[in-house]
Design a protein around this ligand. Structure first.
Ligand SMILES: *Cc1c(COP(=O)(O)O)cnc(C)c1O
Length: 492
């Protein structure tokens, strides 16, 4: 299986190389040249397997340059041991009406772990396979969740170092603690005097600085990125859609071959795109419900065919979906049109004018597969409360956005079993969640809040959050935004 650019520059490389590069030379994203097809029998076989074995079956179809032993080691390191607090890794919970796919049982309690536990192992194996002699330095700017998930994934991985920049005062206290207490001999966490955009711009400037990169090359260091456009983050996400489908048949909610709809809380379009790959492969998926918050650029796009980022940006109680440019949409447009020059044209328009229009024909193809809706913060809180009352479970705000869209879709006539994709533990967003279920916890500190939520939710407090209370602070550095490059150089 070879990987090519969505913008058609003719690059054609193996998956290991695509994973190390992250992005194609023409700025496009790597996509598989062909989509592997599976049979219902293949899905039937999955029902007998553990999550790790399911992952190997699916990944081996895409990462054909990794041999069985390499994949086995990567998958075991990612999902083995006690990193996940549920043996099923991505358990499916059936409700009285529909079901929920829980993707937050990893070390940082958000769905990013599903991919960011595996990506570092795939990169480390890729370094060996390609004979790369340099050390890889991963640089990331984070508004909170991604940085921590990446740090946990990359800590103590051979041949790779990682530096994370976060805006000083721009993340929650819990998120700051999660990063400032990060262990690992190869990682560095640095606060930037500025906001998230300053940190992000600083990182982008470093990536674009050829002189700096050649200085790093003299030290045998190459830059790479762990963000969600890397194919090595997407491929692991395809696995849990198959896993959920297999578990639905085991739970007798569906018969093998029945169509299932998935409702996915969406930001950068990575999670829902993985479901789309599943559908292309032959997983019986009906509709993919794209659920957004008040930053509803995707809802408008899937309803009108016009993508327009020129709009007000809202800070919501679902911060991981506060995004106006959904990078992974580019891959969807490539697969739906099979026309890289069109894709390149739209991406150029997006860059120049912040807007593009895919036209009626492409829109109707998209609408055969996707359905979209959005909800604001008030609707999100109402939904947390409604699900608590109806099903007696406490869900996080991002998950609530997907519940809401699923609800509206069902009322508009959806007939299939709907799986709501749950992307974060409610413990990560305790204050919003407690408010929504009617507990006044305004004066409680973060750790008191964990305790109140434990009583309310009957869920165990995630280890990674509970241990923060007594964890030593290991990272104290604060830099001016102009000094980020120097900080990186000091680190290497
Ligand atoms: C990242 C994230 C999302 C959005 O996922 P995308 O792949 O960016 O669409 C949703 N919920 C949570 C909790 C997240 O961390």
């Amino acid at each position: 299986m070879k990987y090519i650019s969505t913008r058609g520059n003719g690059e054609r490389i193996e998956s290991a190389e695509a994973i190390l590069k992250g992005i194609a030379d023409d700025g496009g994203l790597f996509v598989p040249e062909e989509i592997p097809k599976i049979t219902l029998n293949f899905i039937g076989e999955l029902t007998k397997l553990s999550y790790e074995e399911r992952a190997k079956r699916i990944l081996s179809l895409f990462l054909t340059d990794y041999n069985e032993e390499e994949l086995d080691i990567c998958v075991k390191k990612a999902y083995g041991g006690d990193k996940f607090d549920d043996v099923q890794k991505a358990p499916l919970r059936t409700l009285s009406d529909g079901s929920v796919l829980e993707l937050w049982h990893g070390p940082t309690s958000a769905f990013k772990d599903m991919a960011l536990q595996l990506l570092p192992e795939l990169m480390s194996a890729a370094l060996k396979k390609t004979g790369e002699k340099s050390e890889i330095l991963i640089l990331t700017a984070t508004s909170g969740d991604t940085g921590k998930a990446a740090l946990e994934g990359f800590k103590d991985v051979d041949g790779i170092k990682m530096a994370v920049f976060y805006p000083q005062g721009g993340v929650s206290r819990m998120q700051r603690l999660q990063m400032a207490t990060q262990e690992g001999g190869n990682v560095k966490v640095i606060a930037v005097k500025g906001n998230f955009d300053d940190a992000q711009t600083g990182v982008k400037n470093i990536f674009g600085d050829t002189e700096f990169k050649s200085k790093l090359a003299d030290k045998k260091v190459k830059l790479s990125s762990a963000n969600s456009i890397n194919w090595g983050r997407l491929a692991p996400q395809i696995v849990y859609y198959f896993s959920a489908y297999a578990d639905l048949t085991l739970a007798n909610r569906i018969n093998l071959g029945d169509k299932v709809d998935f409702s996915v809380p969406t930001g950068n379009f990575g999670d829902i795109l993985a479901a789309y790959y599943g559908k292309l492969m032959g997983l019986p998926i009906g509709k993919l419900i794209c659920a957004s918050n008040a930053n509803n650029v995707l809802t408008d796009f899937l309803k009108t065919g016009v993508y327009d980022k020129n709009r007000e940006f809202y800070k919501t109680i679902t911060p991981s979906m506060d995004i106006l440019i959904s990078s992974n949409l580019e891959r969807l447009l490539y697969h739906v049109t099979n026309d890289p020059s069109k894709v390149k044209g739209w991406m150029d328009e997006l860059k120049a004018a912040g807007r593009y229009d895919v036209g009626k024909e492409v829109l109707s193809k998209l609408q055969e597969i996707f359905w979209a809706d959005y909800t604001d913060d008030a609707g999100t809180k109402d939904m947390i409360n409604a699900v608590y009352k109806a099903e007696n479970i406490v869900i996080d705000p991002h998950t609530a956005v997907a519940f809401k869209a699923a609800d509206v879709y069902k009322k508009s006539g959806g007939k299939n079993e709907i799986v709501v994709v749950s992307t974060a533990s409610p413990y990560k967003f305790g204050a919003s969640v407690l408010g929504a279920v009617g507990v006044a916890a305004k004066d409680a500190d973060d750790f008191e809040m964990l305790e109140i939520l434990r009583e309310k939710s009957k869920l165990p407090v995630p280890k990674g959050l509970a241990k923060l209370k007594d964890a030593p602070i290991l990272h104290n550095d604060v830099v001016e935004k102009e000094k980020m490059k120097a900080a990186v150089f000091d680190f290497v």
